[in-house]
Ligand binder design. Structure first.
Ligand code: C5P
Length: 402
């Protein structure tokens, strides 16, 4: 998908600029051509010589370099690309893009372009969550700027939180998805998929809630993998730290009931993958914050939540052709998964071991078994992204057979 694509990479001034050389290498390996613009601040983190050597082209830096303006003006630079990728995109360059400021080569090219733009934000967590940055992000999205990442984790500044630039494979995947979408390609082209992901929060009172440890990593990765194969994906996400994947229609919900409603509204679809860890019960919500009273222990009255997977699996005109559930088990994994498949009437169950020490909850890897109507496939321990890709491939194969 990236073969012969022309990518104008703008490297702005953040520590994640050190990932630019690897990004260029991986893009070129896939047949893309990369031309770089390095901002003044970016040059503190990575040298123009490195970018020039790896991209096999000049590294453009100065708006007022007359030779370049004669040979390669900023307008041509911004037009002779299939996409402009800003990685890392700092809070500063995002703000300038919103304001339409054009005081250097990078911002001038961004203002002068008629090509799609993708940004990979990277900054300190407080800068990322600041209302100014979030408002800028919303404005950029409303102008159709694609966004990949950021993700949560350790930040170079020593703080922990959201703001790490997406890893190189994620950026490559987002670009691939972008080009696939523009060309309407992939084996799942023309199919609609619904994916649930993350935990649900069930309020006890206005300030407290019942939750679980689901990170949403696996469900979000499934949504991305299906979109990469050309499906048109709606992701119904509970509260997670995961960024909204680019190229996927994301609906944010909090409770199981809201998740059920959003899923029903997303029908009809061809494929449903229920990866969310939906709370089984919700408490009767107190209208005011419950007060601590000496000697009194409150009790919660719980009522059962709708089972989204079982509801979607019910036979009927809107039943997706393929419904896939997840079974997180700590013992008798396969037996329990088979029982779950029968009980919920879904087509496949992805059984994953969440016993202590498996690292599945919140971790990046997963050991799963795929239980279908014809047998059980045991997959090796894989990154959640790889599990998602393999599942999406299996789904594509099953649709091709039909
Ligand atoms: O019954 P259990 O929670 O173990 O089943 C897990 C599977 O069912 C997962 O696919 C999960 O997304 C789905 N589920 C659901 N709605 C619920 C409970 C579970 O969709 N209320």
């Amino acid at each position: 998908m990236l073969e012969n694509r022309r990518i104008l990479l703008i490297v702005a001034g953040g520590i994640a600029a050190v990932k630019a050389p690897d990004l260029i290498r991986r893009l070129r390996e896939r047949g893309a051509s990369v031309r770089c613009i390095l901002t003044k601040a970016g040059a503190h983190f990575v040298t123009p010589l490195t970018l020039a050597a790896l991209s096999g082209d000049k590294c453009y830096q100065d708006l007022f370099d007359l030779k370049d303006e004669a040979e390669m003006g900023h307008i041509r630079l911004s037009r002779e690309a299939d996409i402009i990728l800003v990685a890392p995109a700092t809070a500063d360059i995002m703000a300038k893009m919103v304001a339409g400021q054009a005081d250097d080569l990078a911002t001038t090219a961004l203002l002068a372009t008629d090509k799609p733009v993708m940004i990979a934000p990277s900054m300190n967590v407080m800068m990322w969550t600041h209302p100014a940055t979030q408002a800028n992000l919303a404005t950029l999205k409303s102008r159709d700027v694609r966004v990949v990442g950021p993700s949560a984790g350790d930040l170079a500044c020593g703080e922990v939180g959201n703001g790490r630039m997406a890893e190189v494979p994620e950026i490559i995947a987002a670009l691939t998805r972008f080009f696939q979408k523009t060309e309407g390609e992939g084996p799942l082209k023309g199919l609609r998929a619904l994916v649930t992901s993350g935990p649900t929060h069930e309020p006890i009172d206005p300030v407290r809630y019942i939750a679980n440890r689901s990170s949403g990593k696996q469900g979000h990765a499934v949504a991305v993998a299906l979109a990469e194969l050309g499906a048109s994906v709606t992701l119904v996400a509970g509260p997670t730290q995961e960024a909204d994947p680019d190229g996927v229609n994301v609906i944010h919900v909090e409770t199981a009931k809201q998740m059920m409603k959003a899923c029903s509204e997303a029908l009809p679809c061809d494929i449903a993958v229920c990866a969310a860890a939906v709370a089984d019960w919700s408490p009767e919500k107190a209208l005011q914050k419950m007060k601590k009273e000496p000697g009194k222990t409150p009790s919660l009255t719980l009522s059962e939540n709708p089972d989204i997977l079982a509801t979607l699996s019910q036979p009927g005109p809107t039943r997706p052709q393929l419904v896939v559930g997840f079974a997180a088990e700590t013992e008798n994994l396969i037996e329990n998964a088979k029982a779950k498949r029968a009980k919920k009437k879904c087509d496949w169950v992805v059984a994953n071991d969440v016993s202590p020490g498996s690292g599945a909850f919140g971790g990046d890897s997963n050991t799963v078994h795929l239980v279908t109507g014809t047998g059980v496939e045991s997959w090796p321990t894989l990154r959640k992204r790889a599990v998602a890709e393999r599942l999406a491939e299996r789904i594509a194969t099953s649709f091709q057979r039909q």
